[in-house]
Design a binder for this molecule. Sequence first.
Ligand SMILES: [Zn+2]
Length: 183
Amino acid sequence: MADREQATGVLGLVQDFVNTVDLQDGPEELSDPAALSRWLAGRGLINTTEALTVADLNHAVALREAMRGVIGANTGGAVFPIDVATLNSAASASRLRARFAADGRARLEPEAQGVERAMGQLVAALFAAMGDPNWTRLRLCASPTCRWVFFDRSRNHSSRWCAMASCGNREKAKRFRGRAKPR
Ligand SMILES: [Zn+2]
């Protein structure tokens, strides 16, 4: 959707990954293992020759939803133990470790190869995003059927909807209909 706000850098990568599905209207970009492979290869996270399995796809979707879960904490949502466990298991499987780059700056890098490495790079992006001053601007749309990740550019981090034109107005209409019911 054109009017939904997009972040850049690690925040943008995390946002893009979680938004590979539009829960409200579709589509699901990660529809099969080949689609996952294309998405990861498109961001340089995996070699295009890597053949992925349905189990890999299920892991990736679980990781995506766990990431959505922790972003929800920025909008006052509860953090669920299952999401924390999923993130920790992806971090362990990819064997993340601290690496100092040529510019002297440290970051997390996975030691694993293949799809574990790709998942580890997404976890590392989430880790870096959480340390970014703009982390709390990454928010979930307040519409329970949408939960799109948007980048809140408002001055006091107070936007509630991914796009007022769609979700904001839909939720307002719902509340209005609720009030208008005869008693
Ligand atoms: Zn929305």
